[in-house]
Ligand binder design. Sequence first.
Ligand code: 3Y8
Ligand code: NAP
Length: 246
Amino acid sequence: MTRILLLGGTTEASALANTLAETGADAVFSYAGRTAKPVSQPLPTRVGGFGGVEGLAEYLRTESITHVVDATHPFAAQMSTNAVHACAAAGVTLCALERPVWQAGEGDSWVHVGTIEEAANALPETPARVFLAIGKQNLTQFAVKPQHHYLLRLVDAPEANLPLPHATVEIARGPFDVAGDTALMQRHGTTHVVAKNAGGAGAAAKLTAARTLGLPVIMIGRPDVPARPIKGSVAEVMAWLSHPAA
Ligand code: 3Y8
Ligand code: NAP
């Protein structure tokens, strides 16, 4: 009997959750619990970590999970790594639902860096106005460049005070649109954009806005994750669920 654990937190995960619910699949949706009020899903939902690889392997056994779909964000590398090891330990079939990397197009001026730290180092010495659209988990890495004014877009208001002396906080959850991001960056007088190579549509608007405004983008490459079968669409995942050997 097929029973699916869907590791969510992205636009694609929500789309897959809708399809699974429509087809009456026996599935559980999982959030990390990073945000105060996550978007509700049409599936039974659990929130919070599993307790590392062991905790996830135990969950798979006790919940009789037969398939795991890792539809987490490309930068959720710890979750994806744990899923590879826990599924191997528990003998559960795993695939990832992942969107392709963004690629620079005509009129884009991107600087590619490998890590968040390299992104901070890629900023100029002279004070700039930086749209730091990477969420709240990696702000401390930019404290090495306190001279810039940072526009921070966060899902929830920060509890503690920020590690950056000059910052404007914009509370918003995506998906975002080009008109909104263009107006935001003009209002803020943005001179540089920092982005993670998330892929997908939910976070892409700021790249189009940067191209329109002729702004440079510092693009952070994805962290490494152990190999596992990757599907590029909800349809491919649904086909895989009915023929996992494929
Ligand atoms: C908790 C669930 C859906 C999912 C939507 C996607 C699109 C909108 C764009 C910018 C970039 C950023 C951030 C972003 C986007 C989608 C997707 C995506 C980027 C929610 C969600 C959870 C999270 C966690 C949150 C992180 C943060 C990252 C903000 C819900 C809204 C910057 C990633 O405050 C925090 O602690 C936020 C933490 C992880 C990155 C970070 O390191 O801070 N996402 N985002 C999930 C969980 O608990 O398991 O609250 O409803 C989901 C979405 N955020 O169903 O439509 O598919 O990528 N999320 C990035 O791309 O750089 C914003 O501002 O331009
Ligand atoms: P991460 O660093 O890879 O994971 C850290 C720990 O959080 C994991 O080891 C696991 O805890 C727990 N966790 C992560 N995702 C989970 C999930 N879907 N269900 C249950 N536990 C989860 O993860 P992250 O980058 O903080 O991302 C957290 C969530 O935000 C994910 O759902 C991800 O899809 C979403 N998100 C992240 C980004 C981003 O930029 N990182 C962007 C958009 C959405 P245990 O070890 O205790 O099991």
